[in-house]
Design a protein around this ligand. Structure first.
Ligand code: HAM
Length: 418
């Protein structure tokens, strides 16, 4: 038995699976580029205060799930539980909001939350996300949602739903919070202990509770949409108008509150009901006060993030085959000492021509080498023995069709690239 085990809630991406990760990551990069977003990379740890102030100290993420630690000088850091706070920190620190080419940002990387692991929920998970700064126009909300939708479509996914809501601005949120407190108060003793606390600190979070009793009480709770002021309801109507114009299907779900404190106005989720309990593929929304709150100018923002793990589960559920480009182009099979000596130079030449090659250093027989070539999934096999060397040619076998040709080096390169 192995002496060391991987930490609970984490996983290895093994070589047999890594091509799938490369594929979803490359597709995300491609789609982000389509919308002219630029990549930003931030550290995986930040001052824990950054998350406490932005994600919110009444959120589960900060209250229960943060990996917090002190460094050797006693400073308190946290492994990032999400990406938005770090990106906002960087925007403020580097004045990115003043550079028109740096206001549309995307990122990918590991995030950390100490939660109970289950299918689709991990303690270290890999997020992709975007953040868009500088405009509070509802067209930008629609564009951000469209980017997420384009990404899911390009992967071939179909069985997901977009749900949208508006959670208002600070003023209407306050009125709504009072309405919620009044509604839940008579049920206080029936609520779970978490919700009893939430009702005081952040009543909207009660709507998000998974507890059965809390859920059934929350069903009758007042709707946020009835508390929106004119600015927020116009914004929400405009968003729906643009989404309709863009032919992006959506449903309005007034119970979406999102588990993070920084949201204003638009909140949205892409849900895949095939995924069971962890069905949110992508979550996002607007956060117009956040940049200012973190010490920057009064700059609007909106974004989303999703986990690659759930995405891969969705692809599996919809039986979408992910192309595996992570195979060698060529497997070199040598027969005899002369061929083995020449192979060192030949491998260099093939790679210099951008041909990915493999060979076996220790298997000598043709049968053993062909078996290894088959297992490698290479598209071609080059057979090199005394005969070929004499004629200064190569025996090239197409492993898909079984066709075999005796060709010179240039011709061989041409066929491989065809
Ligand atoms: P979030 O809803 O906390 O939002 O997470 C976004 C997505 O990350 C989830 O929908 C899910 O796909 C994935 N995710 C979250 N936690 C886990 C986990 N423990 N295991 C696996 N996947 C997970 C945010 O993080 C916000 N920063 C999104 C955002 C960006 N809002 C505006 N900009």
């Amino acid at each position: 038995m192995a002496k060391y085990k991987i930490p609970r809630g984490t996983y290895d991406i093994l070589p047999s699976e890594s091509y799938k990760w490369q594929y979803v990551q490359n597709t995300f990069r491609k789609v982000a580029r389509l919308y002219n977003f630029k990549e930003i990379v931030t550290p995986i740890f930040e001052s824990s205060d950054l998350f406490e102030r932005s994600v919110g100290d009444s959120s589960d993420i900060v209250e229960k799930e943060m990996y917090k630690f002190n460094d050797k000088k006693g400073r308190t850091f946290a492994l990032r539980p999400e990406g938005t706070a770090s990106v906002v920190r960087s925007v403020v620190e580097n004045n990115l909001d003043l550079d028109a080419n740096s206001t549309k940002l995307y990122y990918m990387g590991p995030m950390f939350r100490y939660d109970r692991p289950q299918k689709g929920r991990y303690r270290q998970f890999y997020q992709y996300g975007v953040e868009y700064f500088g405009s509070d126009n509802a067209l930008i909300d629609a564009q951000t949602i469209a980017l997420a939708d384009t990404f899911l479509r390009q992967l071939g996914l179909k069985n997901y739903k977009l749900e949208i809501n508006s959670i208002g601005n600070a003023t209407c949120a306050k009125d709504y919070d009072s309405a919620l407190i009044n509604f839940f108060k008579p049920h206080f003793n029936e609520l779970c202990s978490d919700c009893q606390r939430r009702l005081e600190k952040n009543p909207k979070r009660v709507l998000d509770c998974k507890n059965k009793t809390c859920k059934s009480i929350a069903k009758e709770a007042p709707s946020m949409l009835d508390y929106l002021d004119e600015e927020c309801s116009t914004h929400f109507e405009n968003l729906q108008k643009y989404l309709t114009q863009m032919k992006i299907d959506f449903v309005v779900n007034p119970t979406i509150v999102r588990g993070l404190d920084y949201y204003t106005k638009t909140a949205f989720e892409f849900i895949d009901s095939n995924l069971g309990a962890q069905s949110t593929l992508i979550g996002g929304g607007r956060y117009d006060g956040l940049v200012k709150q973190i010490g920057g100018r009064d700059v609007a923002g909106i974004g989303f993030a999703g986990g690659f793990e759930r995405l891969l589960l969705s692809l599996e559920a919809e039986e979408i085959k992910i192309p595996n480009n992570d195979k060698p182009d060529v497997y070199l099979v040598t027969l005899g000492e002369k061929a083995e000596t020449i192979s060192a130079e030949l491998l260099m030449k093939l790679r210099a021509d951008n041909i990915s090659t493999e060979f076996h250093p220790d298997k000598k027989t043709m049968k053993a080498q062909m078996k290894a070539a088959n297992r490698s999934d290479a598209r071609f096999v080059i057979l090199l023995g005394d005969n070929e060397i004499e004629q200064n040619k190569f025996n090239l076998k197409n492993m898909e069709t079984g066709e075999q040709e005796l060709v010179d080096f240039q011709e061989m390169v041409r066929i491989i690239f065809q």
